[in-house]
Design a protein around this ligand. Structure first.
Ligand code: A3P
Length: 280
């Protein structure tokens, strides 16, 4: 007799676990959580709640695809639900594109980007806040300026935060394997400002009917972000750790960083085949 438990492919007569149809691969601090939560409003989309870190973490990858599938949520059988996983570390980890390609060469990939310097500041704000929470002994937390610039004032291009915003460097690895119409790039700055148009483009990309609408959102003035409108007119916003206060940065440094990113941005635009409204 066939046992019906979590490890079976078919969990019950109604639901099953399948490998994801779509992965949000990054970029970290560009709104990946908000994007996943907002997409999950769609009745035919099921999100993977946690970041699985399957393709970027050897310890997980060595457990094999069957382990990965087990981490997926159960979806109804006989319905065209789309399962979306998001792990922003995938975008920048060298081994990941070919591993995803080996799993499913026609998978759909979503990348959300923000203006590189905004992303960098957000990344720094997260790091600083984690250090404070972690105690970090008595060690002083480096200022933003100390982190991103060398003492001689040159941009420290070996700093991780600086590197992750060089989108072209990583994006070029992905397009070596995946066709451009398999990768959808979301404008993360537009998405903060007005999420719906960006979500509609993704519905189209995924071949889904447009079922996410204006009424699904409420703008929360205190938070300064859109939140999800629940059935009883309550709202569900992202956690406090999304939408942090950013440190005030000297405009001269911002300008220097923007100059630094200019060639990377141009290269990225040429690879994506569109440009973004990022100031120089
Ligand atoms: P900040 O906290 O620096 O403002 P990720 O989920 O990839 O870590 O991205 C976090 C960023 O998502 C936040 O960075 C915030 O700017 C952005 N974001 C976009 N839409 C949001 C929303 N509706 N609510 C909260 N944060 C949102």
């Amino acid at each position: 007799k066939k046992s019906v438990n979590e490890t079976d492919r078919i969990i019950s007569n109604e639901s099953q676990k399948v490998l994801p149809h779509c992965i949000i691969v990054g970029v970290r601090k560009c709104g990946t959580r908000a994007l996943l939560e907002f997409l999950d409003i769609h009745p035919q989309i099921t999100k993977v709640i946690n970041e699985i870190h399957f393709f970027d973490d050897e310890k997980h990858y060595n457990l094999g695809l069957e382990w990965y599938r087990q981490q997926m949520p159960a979806i109804p059988i006989n319905q065209s639900n789309i399962v979306i996983e998001k792990t922003p570390a995938y975008f920048v980890t060298e081994s990941v594109p070919e591993r995803i390609y080996a799993m499913n060469a026609s998978i759909k990939i979503i990348l959300i980007v923000r203006e590189p310097v905004v992303r960098l500041i957000s990344d720094y704000a997260q790091l600083a806040s984690n250090r404070m929470k972690g105690g970090g002994g008595q060690r002083r937390i480096e200022t933003f300026e100390e982190s991103v610039l060398y003492p001689n004032g040159k941009v420290n291009s070996s700093y991780k935060g600086i590197r992750i915003s060089m989108y072209a460097v990583y994006f070029s690895r992905w397009i070596k394997l995946f066709s451009k119409n398999q990768i959808h790039v979301v404008d993360g700055d537009q998405f903060v400002y007005d999420p719906l148009p960006e979500l509609k483009k993704i519905e189209t990309f995924l071949g889904l009917p447009h079922l996410i609408g204006h009424d699904d959102f409420i703008y929360n003035v205190t938070k300064g972000f859109y939140c999800i409108r629940l059935a009883d007119n309550q709202e569900k916003c992202l956690n406090k750790n999304k939408g942090r206060r950013h440190p005030d940065i000297n405009p001269v440094i911002i300008k220097r960083l923007r100059k630094f990113y200019e060639p990377y941005n141009k290269f990225f635009f040429s690879l994506v085949g569109r440009s973004f409204n990022w100031p120089n």
